[in-house]
Design a protein around this ligand. Structure first.
Ligand code: PMP
Length: 455
């Protein structure tokens, strides 16, 4: 019966077309009106699509996109396998839309402890398809046509298009580097906001500020003083804070990650975003979450129930078990949240040494698994094209992957269009990689340096 519907519907449409004056029907006929919604204008380019493809085509060593090339911890993989093949076959079905109950319960316990307050699993926590969807829910839920959203540059690139898609206006404020002390390498802590400049960006139109600490791409971990200054401005101007803390466990040298939601007056106006992908080295699982007051989260739930709604049950079950373990081992040496940063700090130091030894000056990150390095000394290998629209670092990164097989991401990708040329002599490396990968990167850099210096 159903098969007959296709041809007869087509016949009906053809009849209508010819009776409407069309001379012939062609499957080649194109729509003449713009098909895309206006809100997509100008946001169609995505740096990752281009650079991921280049890395896949040319790289022998990929330190570009941010993901570990080592496995997640065994306890987490085992939890996934147990969830997948255990008795409870309901784990293969939809679970609660706003978050699998065992996961929201343990996240509430965990973040309640971290934030020093009662966190209700059902109203103060919502699970999302990675931190990416958490960000999307925030912008859709809070930003109206014409609202301004302050974004600190350099920033994780999706903030800008997501604000625009919601009808908002991004307002940028830059972290500006201070010269390091004589003979010392620069640190991500040397990149700071000018307090007066930041204050000048807040106005009656400001709806929210996006904070990302530890910051991708610089690895900056905002100090308590810096966060208090931001918090005071939020309170003074009655502004929301969307706090992207996906690298919360990846802080080095004894530095402390401070959650802005824990500061005076901020719980009620902050959504804190986290990611199991970054916390447990399992970016492909795409489990993220938001924590915040019900007054804010009720609107995230509205967006979520009208977009993704459900997240993968098995992955949520496994992440819940991962957090259960971490809560039991909290602060102990066996905790993954203690072990991972310890291992990554060593990897950071290897990459710092490799880059410094060849003159690609690294900015030492206080957090994240990224490191930004200055390519000025390598400029002679990749001549500048003075009137090119493409920032120099982008052409450099493309040249490097094609000619040296080493993939990295240009820093200009983390700036808005107007500011892309402000800091265009830096590239970002990801050091969440196996020792062998970092060694292979070192070999490429050493060989390159030898070729440069040999007559
Ligand atoms: N925020 C930042 C700062 C990120 O770097 C990333 C991933 N690179 C995300 C959010 C998205 O995280 P997820 O993979 O959990 O969606």
């Amino acid at each position: 019966m159903l098969r007959r519907v296709g041809p007869s519907l087509r016949h009906f449409l053809l009849e209508r077309k010819s009776s409407a004056g069309y001379s012939s029907y062609s499957s080649e006929e194109k729509m003449s009106r713009p098909v895309q919604a206006r809100r997509l204008e100008g946001i169609d380019k995505n740096i990752w699509v281009e650079f991921v493809k280049l890395a896949a085509t040319y790289s022998t060593v990929n330190l570009g996109q941010g993901f570990p090339d080592f496995p997640p911890p065994d306890f987490l993989k085992k939890a996934f396998v147990r969830a997948l093949s255990g008795e409870n076959h309901m784990l293969h079905q939809y679970t609660r839309g706003f978050g699998h109950p065992p996961l929201v319960k343990i996240l509430a316990q965990f973040f309640g402890k971290l934030l020093g307050r009662d966190v209700d699993p059902m109203t103060n926590v919502m699970v999302t398809v990675g931190a990416y969807q958490a960000l999307f829910c925030c912008f859709q839920a809070f930003v109206d046509e014409g609202d301004e959203v302050i974004i600190i540059e350099p920033f994780f690139d999706c903030y800008e298009p997501m604000v625009k898609m919601a009808g908002g206006m991004p307002v940028f404020v830059q972290l500006r580097p201070k010269a390091p002390k004589d003979g010392q390498l620069m640190s991500s802590a040397d990149w700071q906001l000018d307090p007066a400049e930041l204050a000048s960006k807040f106005s009656e139109r400001t709806k929210a500020i996006v904070l990302n600490s530890p910051n991708n791409p610089l690895g900056k971990v905002f100090s308590r003083e810096e966060l208090e200054f931001i918090a005071d401005l939020c309170v003074k101007h009655d502004v929301l804070c969307i706090s992207d803390e996906v690298y919360e466990w990846l802080v080095y040298d004894g530095k402390e990650h401070i959650r802005i939601a824990s500061l005076q007056g901020m719980w009620d106006r902050t959504v804190t975003i986290g990611s199991a992908g970054k916390s447990f080295s399992a970016t492909g699982w795409k489990v993220g979450w938001t924590v915040g007051s019900n007054r804010l989260l009720q609107h995230l739930r509205t967006v979520h129930q009208n977009s993704a709604y459900h997240c993968a049950t098995v992955a949520q079950e496994a992440v819940a078990q991962g957090f259960q373990r971490e809560l039991e081992l909290y602060g102990k040496p066996e905790s993954y949240f203690i072990q991972l940063p310890k291992e990554l700090q060593q990897k950071r130091d290897w990459l710092v040494q490799s880059l410094d030894a060849v003159g690609m000056k690294p900015i030492i990150p206080e957090g994240t698994y990224f490191l930004v390095a200055d390519i000025s000394e390598f400029k002679s290998d990749v001549p500048d094209v003075p009137d090119s629209d493409e920032p120099y670092d982008s052409r450099f990164a493309k040249w490097m992957v094609k000619n040296k097989g080493l993939a990295a991401i240009p820093l200009s990708a983390f700036y808005c269009g107007a500011h892309k040329n402000n800091y265009n002599h830096f590239i970002r490396f990801c050091f969440a990689k196996e020792e062998a990968t970092l060694k292979a990167a070192n070999d490429i850099l050493q060989k390159w340096k030898r070729e440069k210096t040999s007559p």
